[in-house]
Design a protein around this ligand. Structure first.
Ligand code: SF4
Length: 361
């Protein structure tokens, strides 16, 4: 088993390496280190959008991947599968990008690296994606397949340069499309049909993942809109909207996903956004429906605190962020603030503004 396989366990070569090792899954799921790492991959994907740091053992790291797929299959929740696949893809493409950068800087050591040509070939993309002097050209059918689930206006075909059946993309955008290809590969075939002999020994781990999922689901069932109790980061984004500031894509995604997660529908969010004249209704409706999963295969959840921090959207942190929710998730903050309030303090913004006029929280 090579380190390269552990870094990219979705590769056909990695699967062959596991098969050649004649690993017995029923024995593997009794290996504590493998199961612990597999569980970490899945719960990390749910909580942080990350599968966590690789295990120091190449064997444990690689073999935890098929066990994680078994866990995801036993949990058998669409949101779990999607978040897990996305986290695996995100880790893989981050490593791929870092390795390419190191090679370009001539910092290359004897570590075996995955070449771009290998990755394109792995996904049968070699003839559909070609490089030119400014970036890459992608066959339109391939583009639509890979970009359909990527959030952001810039990915809509109508906003792209298209010529001779090819879409032009910048170099940085290629990694986004490859990440989509990897996520689709990881999710392919899930949920697996898992025999009882594998399911029974993994009951504790499956229950742990379900509890993690339940915590997140609980917050999504809040259906209460009390802006005074929003976390500081979301309050700041709402303020920016109210002041007519332009929000970066990641910021607009974060606030829209947060608002949908606490029960606001598309029309209510449009009412909020239309306060700012730079938000056209048609575009806002498209983005909101996409995030809510109405026009996309994914119901997006808002970013975790870690992701908010990495994009510079975590601002005005307070004691609750640091001492109560441990900088975990903005929805956890909001849920905590709602739990702390008396019932009569919780006046829903939609009830206060139910006259159909554009209103401001
Ligand atoms: S710690 Fe989390 S909840 Fe608090 S401001 Fe930052 S992102 Fe928001």
């Amino acid at each position: 088993m090579k380190a390269l396989h552990a870094r990219y366990p979705f590769l056909a070569a990695a699967r062959e390496a596991v098969e050649e090792a004649e690993v017995d899954l029923t024995e593997l799921i009794r290996e504590e280190a493998v199961v612990a790492r597999a569980t970490e991959r899945v719960t990390g994907a749910l909580c942080e959008g990350s599968i966590g740091d690789p295990h120091r053992s190449t064997r444990v790291e690689l073999l935890s991947y098929p066990v994680a797929r078994v866990l995801v299959s036993l949990v058998d929740e669409r949101i779990c599968t999607r978040k897990y696949a996305r986290a695996e893809a995100n880790r893989a493409i981050s490593q791929f990008g870092a390795a390419r950068g190191a090679a370009a800087d001539l910092k290359s050591d004897r570590t075996e690296r995955l070449a771009l040509a290998d990755l394109l070939s792995e996904f049968d993309l070699a003839s559909a994606i070609t490089e030119d002097e400014t970036g890459y050209r992608v066959a339109v059918g391939t583009y639509l397949t890979l970009a359909s689930d990527v959030w952001g206006d810039q990915w809509r075909l109508v906003n792209r340069t298209l010529a001779d059946g090819e879409v032009f993309i910048e170099r940085a955008e290629l990694h986004t499309l490859l990440e989509e290809a990897i996520a689709q590969r990881v999710a392919r075939g899930l949920p697996l049909s898992v025999p009882e002999a594998l399911a029974e020994p993994l009951e504790t781990e499956v229950e742990a993942v379900r509890e993690t999922l339940a915590d997140l689901d609980l917050t999504r069932e809040i259906d209460t809109v009390v802006p005074e109790r929003f976390p500081p980061c979301m309050k700041a984004l709402v303020d920016s909207i109210q002041q007519g500031e332009h929000l970066a894509h990641h910021s607009r995604f974060a606030i829209t996903a947060f608002l949908t997660s606490i029960g606001m529908n598309t029309d209510e969010i449009i009412d909020l956004y239309m306060v700012n004249s730079s938000f056209g209704e048609e575009m806002t409706r498209y983005q909101t429906d996409h995030i809510r999963g109405e026009t996309s295969p994914t119901e997006y959840t808002p970013p975790s605190c870690a992701t908010m921090q990495s994009y510079g959207d975590c601002v005005n942190k307070d004691d609750i962020c640091e001492d109560v929710i441990d900088e975990s998730h903005p929805l956890n903050y909001y849920e905590h603030r709602l739990e702390q309030a008396d019932e009569d303090e919780l006046v829903d913004w939609r009830e206060e503004n139910g006259d159909g006029e554009t209103a401001q929280p």
